[in-house]
Design a protein around this ligand. Structure first.
Ligand SMILES: Cc1cc2nc3c(=O)[nH]c(=O)nc-3n(C[C@H](O)[C@H](O)[C@H](O)COP(=O)(O)OP(=O)(O)OC[C@H]3O[C@@H](n4cnc5c(N)ncnc54)[C@H](O)[C@@H]3O)c2cc1C
Length: 252
């Protein structure tokens, strides 16, 4: 495989991380809105659970980059998987919809700072479909016996994609039906968060969602008694706006 585009190598050098021209080795429809893309490439790209990679994608006019959390990684085969939300129009979604085995793609990583709060006695993951990859990989890294709770909003019942965890992990999963609410409307997640029974002890929450939803969810978590330090959060996208070329939603 030829080496990555010059701009990819420069970006990785600037960020102090790795770059590789990866190859699509498998694709799988996980649900109507979620597609798994398995890539082969430098295993140093993937990092710890909670980390993501930057993928170089293009539309008709130009190239840009989008960030996707690593769902799984297999260091022995140099493969890793991404779970990409494909139910909207954007260069990232269209790359994932059209990805075929053998296709090259430039990847930079690992990116991100959020990891498992190892000392927490329970872990609460909140978000939408884009949160699944990071939430499930983080939950898989919880030492058993431990406790993971998921409060995830989906627009279609068929998108309730679950994962198999160690039987020693106590798991509570709530999929919130978005009904006809806009994806930027936090009402569904907030009412689920108001109702969910939180275990005793010091917990940690992880919020990966649309920018406005993330803000509202953090306020709801504060009312449930979680301090700011007990909440790791990242705005993944912003309703009605493209993410910027660095793969993140632009700030207000
Ligand atoms: C650190 C990080 C990790 C991420 N991990 C994942 C991941 O594992 N899986 C994943 O699917 N996404 C993930 N995302 C979110 C993903 O990068 C964004 O959704 C991104 O905007 C998709 O790019 P795009 O080119 O498809 O759409 P863009 O060009 O950014 O946006 C086009 C239009 O689609 C809308 N839009 C964008 N994303 C969505 C969405 N998910 N649902 C509905 N409308 C949308 C925008 O508001 C805009 O109107 C992550 C983002 C970050 C910052």
């Amino acid at each position: 495989m030829p080496s990555a585009h010059r701009s990819t190598l420069d970006l990785a050098a600037r960020l102090g991380v790795h770059a590789d021209r990866c190859r699509v080795v498998a694709t799988r429809e996980l649900s109507p809105s979620l597609r798994e893309i398995a890539l082969h490439g430098d295993p140093r790209l993937v990092g710890e659970p909670g980390r993501d990679v930057m993928v170089r994608v293009s539309d008709a006019e130009r190239s840009t980059r989008r960030r996707y959390s690593v769902r799984w990684a297999d260091a022995s085969t140099h493969r890793f998987g991404l779970w990409v939300s494909v139910a909207h129009e954007g260069p990232g979604a269209s790359w994932a919809r059209q990805a075929v085995v053998g296709q090259p793609v430039d990847v930079v990583g690992p990116r991100g700072k959020i990891g498992l709060a190892a000392n927490a006695s329970w872990h609460l993951f909140v978000g939408d479909l884009t949160a699944l990859a990071a939430a499930y990989r983080l939950a898989e890294s919880i030492q058993v016996p431990g406790r993971a709770l998921f409060v995830l909003e989906i627009a279609d019942d068929a998108d309730a994609v679950t994962a198999a965890f160690d039987p020693g992990l106590g798991v509570t999963g709530i999929f919130v039906d978005r009904r006809d609410r806009a994806p930027s409307d936090p009402t569904g997640l907030i009412s689920a968060l108001t109702a969910v029974e939180l275990p005793p002890g010091d917990g940690h929450a992880y919020v990966f969602a649309e920018a406005g939803v993330s803000r509202a969810v953090r306020a709801a978590l504060a009312t449930r008694g979680l301090s700011a330090e007990a909440v790791s959060h990242k705005a993944y996208w912003r309703a009605g706006r493209h993410n910027a070329d660095n793969g993140e939603p632009e700030r207000d």
